[in-house]
Design a protein around this ligand. Structure first.
Ligand code: HEC
Length: 141
């Protein structure tokens, strides 16, 4: 009888222990989840900060050649208005490049014949005009 009682006690004790450790585990999981959430939060902030930086640079000096082309050059260089060499017309650009790429850059910056100075992008830096020309040339091979 007393042996049975001890057995019963051990059984109850182990169930209690198991229950305890199981409960502890779930608390740990909750704590881990919280810790993970905390670890993710700063990453979210960094991404947000990065997006702000990207927006600032898009409005500042970092406009890509494709941006400049789409805003300032496309009207003439996609349609060939006034004899503008067209984007994608490899032959037309090869002919123009025979005078040297530096001359082509300078002509676009200063204007030549029907090509207005900087393609009318008066707030474009030389580098931005050049980036737009490189974009045209890259897409005219
Ligand atoms: C109003 C129309 C117009 C716009 C806008 C325009 N272009 Fe042109 N572009 C021309 C014409 C026309 C020519 C051909 C000029 C010539 O050689 O007779 C030309 C020629 C060029 C050339 C060749 C220059 C050379 O030496 O042969 C480049 C490079 C060029 N444009 C780049 C650009 C870029 C970059 C932009 C935008 C920033 C732009 N153009 C915007 C009309 C335009």
């Amino acid at each position: 009888m007393s042996q049975l009682r001890i057995f019963a006690l051990i059984t109850i004790a182990s169930v209690a222990l198991l229950g305890c450790s199981a409960k502890e585990n779930s608390e740990l999981t909750a704590a881990q989840e919280e810790a993970v959430a905390e670890r993710i939060a700063p990453v979210g902030h960094v991404v947000k900060a990065g997006q702000v930086v990207a927006v600032v640079s898009a409005g500042g000096a970092g406009r890509s050649g494709s941006d400049i082309y789409g805003t300032n050059c496309m009207a003439c260089h996609t349609s060939g208005i006034a004899g503008a060499p067209m984007l994608g017309d490899a032959g037309a650009w090869t002919d123009r490049l025979t005078k040297g790429i530096e001359t082509v850059y300078t002509n676009a910056i200063n204007g030549i014949n029907g090509m207005p100075a900087r393609g009318t992008c008066m707030d474009c830096s030389d580098d931005e005009v050049i980036a737009a020309i490189d974009y045209i040339l890259d897409n005219s091979k």
